[in-house]
Write a protein that binds this ligand. Structure first.
Ligand code: NAD
Length: 255
């Protein structure tokens, strides 16, 4: 198994993309450290079925002190060889009506937490002579969309941070890259679909409208597809991919 003996910490992995990536890395033999606010029991059971070690820590990534606790705990579970900075939240509103509290939370969870997790993971990776940092950014790290001021600002920041960390680790066996998904059908996107449901528009039509506006394939990207790309970045074939922002978006950015 390609990742036997490695431990992957995946933030925000009780649902959605994080859980999908955890599944693929566990199938490749990695031990998994989960984090997130959802009920951890089903995720723990799902990953344990792959025959790897798995544990969950409920740190709130908006709180740097809790991120420090998460890494101290991870140290007791074998350290972090692979860091997936995945936790993220969304709020959609025009900038004049954007609640300052929502701005602060999105910047804290979607951007500052990536910095804190990275600075805490790097020393152990350098010491062990190998590491992978994979940041789940978004197409919104490369282009804007109406109503997503904080999310777009944070995700552009994640791509900038990934480039700098990619440079600072360039002569080592540690790499850092960003993945930029288009729409993936997770609870985060389901909330945006639900906001579009009206008397004349049912859930299925709302889903199709959302995709038709941005994603030429008309199909959602899947968590497994992102997991397989993360697995590639963990392989020797991916060792010279550094500081990249890799879009997986059904053609969104080709337009
Ligand atoms: P999701 O809501 O299913 O998962 C988000 C995860 O983050 C959950 O486990 C949640 O509990 C956790 N989380 C939220 N706030 C947290 C906090 N303060 N501390 C710790 N954990 C917290 O959403 P998702 O769609 O799977 O999103 C995962 C990542 O992918 C996010 O960074 C998101 O921006 C990004 N992304 C999603 C899409 C999409 O279409 N779904 C597209 C591009 C990028």
């Amino acid at each position: 198994m390609q990742l036997t003996g490695k431990t992957a910490l995946i933030t925000g992995s009780t649902s959605g993309i994080g859980l999908g990536i955890a599944q693929v890395l566990a199938e490749a033999g990695a031990d998994i450290l989960l984090n997130g606010f959802g009920d951890p029991a089903p995720a723990l059971e799902q990953i344990a079925a792959c025959g790897v070690r798995v544990a969950h820590h409920p740190a709130d990534l908006a709180q740097p002190a809790q991120i420090a606790e998460l890494f101290a705990w991870a140290g007791e579970h074998g350290g972090v060889d692979i860091l997936l900075n995945n936790a993220g939240i969304q709020h959609v509103a025009p900038v004049e009506q954007f609640p300052p509290q929502a701005w602060d939370s999105i910047l804290a969870i979607n951007l500052s937490a990536v910095f804190h997790c990275t600075r805490l993971a790097l020393p152990g990776m350098r010491e062990r002579g190998w590491g992978r940092i994979i940041n789940i950014a978004s197409v919104h790290g490369l282009v804007g969309s109406l109503g997503k001021a904080a999310y777009v600002a944070a995700k552009h920041g994640v791509i900038g941070l990934s480039k700098v960390v990619g440079l600072e680790t360039a002569t080592s066996n540690v790499t850092c890259n960003a993945l930029c998904p288009g729409f993936v059908l997770t609870p985060l996107v389901q909330r945006q679909i639900d906001q579009r449901i009206t008397e004349g528009v049912d859930s299925q039509q709302a889903q199709q409208q959302l995709l038709a506006e941005k994603q030429p394939s008309g199909a959602f990207v899947t968590p497994r597809q992102l997991g397989e790309l993360a697995l590639f970045l963990c392989s020797e074939a991916g060792a010279q991919v550094r500081g990249a922002a890799w879009n997986v978006d059904g053609g969104w950015l080709a337009q």
